[in-house]
Design a protein around this ligand. Structure first.
Ligand code: IPE
Ligand code: IPE
Ligand code: MG
Length: 248
């Protein structure tokens, strides 16, 4: 970051309203420690706990976490099975803690690949936390940004066919209502850990004007300070949205 940009950052500014994170690097973290990949994923869950708590403390409105991409289904059946098991155990153990911390939960993605037990627990957790008023936690599981856009288009097509939507009225605001993250504030900041500089089919529609932040830290090593650093960098950005500074 240039020194001029650093000058403009301000710790007293409100946090980004909506942070999305591509939590990457669990496998490399484990490999570097000569541990099985499963240890990296388990350690990654601990980081999730820390970051969720920290976002709630900072007053972030929404946090969307990429837990499992649609493409991750192509991994070995052993790893996919392990990730499913981890998802199940997290749903079993964390819902109570989320409730105590006034956190709401939404799970986005094509859940049809999961076991009936996972699907039921996910639905129960969402409804159990529905009345909470704090952080909106969104977990993207078997999620793909292209899938999200296609699902929205399919739902709009149904509404056009049944006459409730006039094709001439399809615009950004209407399309947005059909996407997985409708009702939540726009994604202000997208973070990807582990040094990879790509989106890997995470949110596509939603990051049209997000600030992107890439860091080398592997997800199991990411922590509160690393998030503060990302937010500080976010505050140093000049968000113009196509306009010119200070001019309309
Ligand atoms: C991210 O870590 C977690 C998931 C994709 C489920 P990876 O498993 O991709 O870790 P690396 O990229 O191999 O280090
Ligand atoms: C993206 O990471 C998905 C998640 C972090 C859940 P990947 O590790 O799957 O992405 P690629 O394969 O490096 O693009
Ligand atoms: Mg990866």
């Amino acid at each position: 970051m240039s020194s001029q940009k650093e000058k403009t950052s301000n710790a007293n500014q409100p946090p980004p309203q909506h942070i999305a994170i591509i939590m990457d690097g669990n496998g490399r973290w484990a490999k570097a420690k000569h541990l099985p990949r499963s240890s990296g994923h388990q350690k990654g869950v601990q980081t999730v706990r820390k970051i969720v708590k920290h976002c709630a403390k900072l007053g972030v409105n929404s946090l969307t976490l990429f837990a499992f991409s649609s493409e991750n289904m192509k991994r070995s059946s052993e790893e996919v099975g392990l990730l499913f098991k981890l998802f199940l155990s997290v749903l079993k153990t964390e819902t109570k803690k989320l409730k105590e911390n006034n956190i709401k939960l939404k799970i986005i993605g094509d859940l049809s690949v999961f076991t009936p037990e996972i699907i039921t627990l996910a639905q129960e957790a969402e409804s159990d936390l529905r009345d909470n008023t704090g952080l909106n936690l969104v977990i993207a599981a078997n999620y793909g940004g292209q899938w999200d856009i296609i699902e929205s288009a399919k739902k709009i097509a149904v509404d056009v066919a049944n006459g409730s939507v006039d094709p001439n009225n399809i615009n950004t605001a209407l399309f947005n209502k059909y996407t997985s993250l409708s009702n939540l504030p726009k994604v202000d900041l997208l973070i990807r850990t582990s040094g990879e500089v790509r989106i890997s089919n995470f949110l596509l529609w939603d990051i049209a004007y997000s600030e992107l932040y890439f860091c080398n830290t592997l997800w199991p090593d990411f922590n509160e300070n690393a998030l503060d650093e990302a937010i500080k960098d976010f505050h140093s950005r000049d968000r113009r949205f196509g306009e010119r500074n200070g001019e309309k």
